[in-house]
Ligand binder design. Structure first.
Ligand code: ZN
Length: 233
């Protein structure tokens, strides 16, 4: 089921109250229109009735697409530094809904789902785009690390992220994005052969792949945020 809650938010431009149906969960198998709206950037947006400014809600919901084998917990970009706590919380939610504590029928569905945690709208779009293109998201995170070594102007770090925005043929289109503002900056395309080269050298990439995949937040950003899960436990 896709769930919405009526709420009101203040327009960041003029301060007017805007009535809003805030999303708690998206079932993309039943509501493919919501998936499309996520991809085209219109989901959870509304024009302010007073000043006309387009206002977008911060994302905080669960996304389910059984057909694509995806269960994604979506949180606001500003919460990324707390990813370990959020990972633990959403793992509990998944275990209750589709995992070890769920009903057998739900557990059966859960076995076909990859669990992911993302922060911000661009990160959610990226996961959907990659899955639709048949690309492994962990390999794409390794590709980002590889690209950063090749790009002389690369300036990675907390608050600034690299996201795939679309895949066209053999081209993966990337954009630099400011995490909290979700402002896209310059972009570039990377050839699929760079992705394939990583896929074909599993041993060289194994240690860092393991680090990226040690929880549902499969994102190279975590490498810039402290010592990670191993140190936290
Ligand atoms: Zn307004």
């Amino acid at each position: 089921m896709s769930l919405f809650r009526s709420t009101a938010i203040a327009c960041p431009t003029c301060g007017a109250d805007i009535a809003f149906d805030e999303c708690d969960s998206v079932n993309a198998d039943r509501r493919p229109d919501l998936r499309e709206a996520i991809l085209d950037g219109t989901f959870q947006t509304v024009p302010c009735p007073d000043c006309g400014e387009i206002v977008r809600m911060e994302p905080q919901f669960n996304y389910l697409e059984v057909g694509a084998g995806l269960w994604i917990a979506v949180f606001p970009g500003r919460m990324m530094p707390d990813y370990i706590e959020v990972e633990d919380a959403i793992t509990e939610v998944f275990e209750t809904s589709y995992g070890s504590r769920a009903l057998p029928s739900a557990r059966e569905i859960g076995e076909g789902l990859d669990v992911r945690l993302v922060f911000g709208w661009p990160a959610l779009v990226e996961k959907l785009v990659l899955r639709a293109a048949g690309l492994d998201d962990t390999t794409v995170e390794l590709l980002k690390l590889d690209l950063m070594r090749r790009l002389p102007q690369a300036d990675m770090g907390p608050g600034r992220e690299l996201r795939v925005t679309s895949v066209e043929g053999d081209a993966l289109n990337f954009a630099w994005i400011l995490t909290e503002q979700e402002v896209p900056m310059n972009g570039f395309a990377a050839d699929r052969t760079l992705y394939d080269a990583i896929d074909e050298a599993p041993e060289a990439w194994a240690p860092i792949r393991a680090q990226l995949a040690d929880g549902p937040f499969v994102d190279m950003q975590k490498l810039f945020m402290g010592e990670g899960r191993a140190a936290a436990e």
